[in-house]
Structures are given as C-alpha cells and as structure tokens.
Ligand binder design. Sequence first.
Ligand SMILES: Nc1ncnc2c1ncn2[C@@H]1O[C@H](COP(=O)(O)OP(=O)(O)O)[C@@H](O)[C@H]1O
Ligand SMILES: [Mg+2]
Length: 335
Amino acid sequence: MFLSLRGVTKRFGAVVAVDHVDLDLTEGEFVCFLGPSGCGKTTLLRLVAGLEMLDEGEILLEGRDLANLPARNRNFGVVFQSYSLFPNMSVARNIGYGLECRKWDRARLETRVAEMLDVVGLGDAAGKHPHELSGGMQQRVALARALAPEPAVLLLDEPLSALDAKVRESLRGEIRELQQRLGITTIMVTHDQDEAMEMADRIVVMNRGRIEQVGTAEELYWNPETRFVGEFIGRLNILDDPALRAGLEAAGADKVLAIRPEHVALTDTGALEGTVHKVAFLGNTMRLGVETQGHGQGQGIEIEVHGRRKRLKVGDTVRFDLPADRVRELAASPA
Ligand SMILES: Nc1ncnc2c1ncn2[C@@H]1O[C@H](COP(=O)(O)OP(=O)(O)O)[C@@H](O)[C@H]1O
Ligand SMILES: [Mg+2]
C-alpha cells in the first residue's frame, strides 16, 4: 500500500477531531475527504502533512512510519483554501521557493520553475506579483509551488472554495487533468459533494471525526450504507410519512426507508396521490415538493422529473409510485 492510515486519532481537549481513522491509498489515486464543516477533514489532512501530531495510530508511506518525520522532510505538497502566496515575491519566485529551501542549484531551479509555469498555463505571469492576479490564477501558482519539488503526495484543503463558481468549475477539470497527467497521489478536502464526485477516484465521507463510508461516487450514490451518506451524496427522501409507507415493508430497528427524488415514478396510474406545493424549474430537471393527502405541511415527498415539457404548478394533484427496487433501507444513525 502506498499511503496507510491506521487508527489515526487526534483530540483537542475534549473534542475528538479525528477518531480512529483507517484508510489505504494506492499510488496515483485521487481521494477526497468529504463531509460537513467541523467533521475533521482539515485535521486529518494536517495529520498526514505532519502539521499536527497524532494522539494515537500511525501513518505509513510505502510501509515507512512517518511519526518522526517533520512536515518539511515529508516532501508532501500542500495547498490551502487561502492562496497563502508570498505577496512580495514574483510568481516565479513563489513557485521556486520550495526549491530554494531545498538548495536546488540555480539552473535546475530555473528550468523547473519554467516547466511549472507552463504546466499551470502561467508562462506570461512569471514576473507578476500575486496581487496582480485573479483568485484562480493565484491558486494555480499555489498549485505550481506545491508541485515544483516533485512531492510524493499532494494535499489540497478546499483549494477551490474561495473562488467564483465559474472559475471553480474550470479549475476542477484542470486540477484533475494535471493530477492524472502527473500520476501524483492526491488527497483533497472538500465539503462540496459535486466537487468530490467530479474529481475523485474515491470519496471518503466523514462525520464527527469518523469515516462513514468510502467508495467511488457511483458506489456511494447507488449503495449508501447510512442515512448520512445518502443525504450527503445526492438528495434523499426519508419515508417516515405513514401515507407513503403503506405497502412497503417496515424498516428494521435503527433503520430508515428512503428513496431518491429522481426514483419516484410520476405516473397517472400511481397508487399514491399528493398536491404540489413547490416547483423548482432547473432546466432539464423539475423538482417538485409534493404533500400527501391528510397530512400537514412538511409531510410529503420530493420528486424530480427529467425532460418533461409540461410544467406542473403549485396546487396541481399528481399521482406517483415508489418502485420497490428503488426504496432503500439505510442505517438511521452514524456508522
Ligand atoms: N487547533 C484546534 N484547536 C482546537 N480545536 C480544533 C482545532 N482544530 C480543529 N479543532 C476542532 O476539531 C474539529 C474538527 O475540525 P476541522 O478538522 O477543522 O474540521 P473540518 O475541516 O471538517 O471543517 C472541530 O470541532 C474543530 O472545532
Ligand atoms: Mg476544514
């Protein structure tokens, strides 16, 4: 195994920020740590980087325990959310900074910096200073700086979350493409499920310092093991409305029945009936909030329909079915 985390635990006073995490990464893999704010993503990344000390457990790189290897000797490239470039240094010097620290000779350093400027498409900006660059460009510089010393592992902490939606979208693709071209093992922290699904080979869903589930985007989407994962990857209806549960098998103890909005079948012959109380037009998708008969506001179900021309409106009555093979039984509480 390339990078292994074994029982990794970190406490801050009474807070267990990272709680016995086990994880294996293969070389060249792109893994995302995904979860809500405060679930321990950054702390786990910083433990890997050597910027925090473990309370328990071990981290191994190609079988070698990193415990006594300080951050600067790990040769891991790190990029944070805030660009954290040196404001008084040119782009080229920012990128070459890590190489200066490692005492690369001048010629080799300059070749490498030129190479990295090229890799991130900033050849023309070599002499500029960070404040002259857009946020997206600054983050490209931060990426080039992290990659310049040919790190064994690239660690990214929400590198896109400070950027505009458009820039964020294009950088997602660029970072993924670059990562694959270089074949560099990468861990990226994000709270954005779309970002994780688009970029990662595998997603590690975290909740309260622990791993809920690890899998490809497809695996997590089709086979979430817990309610938490089902709600974090995609959208999910929890079927606790009695009107909707008629005809379904009862959920086991500590389980919930759930169905994704796009799996609810809207059909005139449907066995269930409800009133539309909310319509969101999302282009090819229409998302409906549907209230079931005889129950108050808040009871009901979300339904998504694709490629439908006829627009439904608030107050319309709709009929639908919950296909048995689409209804899932999920663990109600964290794993
Ligand atoms: N330096 C610190 N001192 C005290 N508590 C911390 C520190 N860093 C993180 N925490 C706590 O650890 C938990 C996990 O934080 P963090 O790893 O930053 O989560 P995330 O990156 O998922 O938002 C939170 O409860 C946070 O308040
Ligand atoms: Mg964080």
